[in-house]
Design a binder for this molecule. Structure first.
Ligand SMILES: CC(C)(COP(=O)(O)OP(=O)(O)OC[C@H]1O[C@@H](n2cnc3c(N)ncnc32)[C@H](O)[C@@H]1OP(=O)(O)O)[C@@H](O)C(=O)NCCC(=O)NCCS
Length: 201
């Protein structure tokens, strides 16, 4: 089956989790960084389709999920939902732990589960309330699928009257920064971890 873009189905979750890990280190494979292969997606992929399945789209082919875009229309409301419905079980499941000093980074993500760094500024949220994450299997990169996924999401957001979209990108991920620039995203703010980009819809 040739790749297609379709709306999220719950059976896509394991594939989304695997792809999140394979592309989770500034666009490269994060597998070696985590003993628990699910932690990264617990933060940056899984909660979005659970909170609102209508704003996740996948690229699927014979191998299953080979690309996805996950999003929320209202980041502040989404963060309230995380506190209420997503983090409590994860906090009980993953107690804070010290750095084992073996190069693995699970403790960093566990810390974020307990102490989520917080969302956009009021100004970003007013103008660009939605936010998203996108990942494609390396086999599908550079063939327009990322562009098509962003356009699919943008159409869905516009249909709901959402006026803008923001995202965070690691400064080391030069390829993604170029990609977002070509799609019209603009630099909004620099941080010590990277930058916030915005797109008016
Ligand atoms: C970043 C990513 C989503 C882009 O999707 P894609 O399908 O590969 O990109 P497209 O083929 O739609 O490219 C659109 C444009 O961006 C450019 N572009 C995309 N990836 C690029 C890269 N790595 N380096 C330079 N330019 C790039 C393309 O050349 C194209 O430019 P053009 O319009 O002038 O032809 C995808 O490569 C990916 O999943 N990367 C790994 C995970 C990742 O980094 N996710 C984002 C985390 S913030």
């Amino acid at each position: 089956m040739a790749p297609i873009i379709r709306p999220f189905h719950p059976s896509d979750l394991p594939g989304i989790y695997r792809l999140c890990l394979r592309t989770g280190e500034a666009g490269g494979d994060a597998t070696a960084l985590y003993r628990d292969p699910d932690l990264l997606a617990h933060l940056y992929a899984g909660p979005y389709p659970v909170a609102d399945p209508t704003l996740t789209f996948v690229v699927a082919d014979d191998d299953g999920v080979v690309g996805y875009i996950v999003a929320t229309a209202d980041t502040i409301a989404f963060e309230a939902w995380l506190e209420e419905s997503w983090f409590p079980v994860l906090r009980a499941q993953h107690p804070r732990r010290p750095d084992p000093h073996d190069g693995t980074q699970d403790h960093v993500l566990v810390e974020r589960i307990h102490d989520w760094p917080g969302g956009p500024t009021r100004e970003v949220h007013e103008r660009f309330p939605a936010h998203m994450h996108i990942d494609l299997d390396p086999r599908l990169q550079g063939q327009g699928w990322g562009t098509r996924l962003v356009h699919t999401l943008a159409d869905a957001l516009r249909a709901r009257g959402v006026t803008g979209l923001h995202l965070g990108v690691d400064d080391r991920n030069a390829g993604a920064i170029t990609f977002y620039g070509k799609l019209g995203f603009e630099l909004h703010e620099r941080h010590d971890w990277g930058r916030t980009l915005t797109l008016a819809l």
